[in-house]
Design a binder for this molecule. Sequence first.
Ligand SMILES: Cc1cc2nc3c(=O)[nH]c(=O)nc-3n(C[C@H](O)[C@H](O)[C@H](O)COP(=O)(O)O)c2cc1C
Length: 354
Amino acid sequence: MGCSVALYPILRSFAFALDAERAHRATIAALKLLPAGRPATSDPLLSVQVAGLDFPNPVGLAAGFDKDAEVFGQMLGFGFGFVEVGTLSPLPQAGNPRPRLFRLAEDEAVINRMGFNNAGQAAALQRLAARRRGGLVGVNLGANKDRASGDAAIADYSAGVVAMTGVADYLTINISSPNTPGLRGLQDEGALDALLAAIIEVRGAGPPIFLKVAPDLEPAQVDAIARTALERKLDGLIVGNTTLSRPSLRSTYREEAGGLSGTPLKRLALARLRDFRSATSGELPLIAAGGIASGEDAFERIRAGASLIQLYTALVYHGPGLARQINRELKRLLADHGFARLTDAIGTEKRGAC
Ligand SMILES: Cc1cc2nc3c(=O)[nH]c(=O)nc-3n(C[C@H](O)[C@H](O)[C@H](O)COP(=O)(O)O)c2cc1C
């Protein structure tokens, strides 16, 4: 994989000449030509146990890059401690009309309104079942369009849990994508409690379950989600998805509808992580995502309470060497701050009253 890392600046200029979705498809096609890489070995300084799983390092690939579970083996070979595939809905669906993916290069950001385009759970299941090498792979679950509320949503998520239980190291319940109308309504306390109760029941002795939330939440919503997640004994929260808000942006694509990710999301995602840390009193593992592009960013989230981090957009701008680079930088930062191991740094941020 070393060669593709060194060539990234050249590959990037070709990819950036294409429209963003074509570039992504070309990237997946190229990755499929590579053999699966060797998954990261456990790093004595960076390994962390969450929900009973041993993560070799804390840097994960966020959902949406490998929606159909085609290249998780290759991505594990780039040094990620875990890869999350999906979002997968029970049935295949085309997603929203194109264009629906925009690169905001001046802002190191992306706006997407993909709308859960995916080839469905059955196709992904086959590939996941044929997995040979180790490495941790999580499966992110969604509902089909027009089934994003009420009993239909519960049925779709439950079907996902049942289908993927045998092949996933963990499952993520994604109720926070902004591009499926009604989906974020599942974050409301009553709807969430009914959904989680059903899912926990069908999961039985299956894999850990994480809940992925939006960064666009009011304090009362954060409290209600934290309470429900703790009561239903979820295994962790992923904080979080893309934002519908628009911090100041320079790119001409800034008015496009959809979820914003990358550098402009960083402050909001960190603020929400801190909110969830205090709302859960550190009793629930937190996985941070949103605008993480460096070891400094990862370290800041870890100190704010995250046990693991995930990224996607920074990969577009910095290339496949990023996971290894962040892990290297994390080790240096841990040493600089006098921490013997990453686990010693989790949640150590001291925040003043003012
Ligand atoms: C093109 C694109 C597609 C995405 N698709 C999904 C998805 O299917 N499911 C999901 O849970 N998150 C999805 N996300 C959100 C990411 O997993 C992540 O939560 C978000 O982008 C913030 O992290 P980042 O700033 O590092 O990209 C997607 C993000 C992007 C940019």
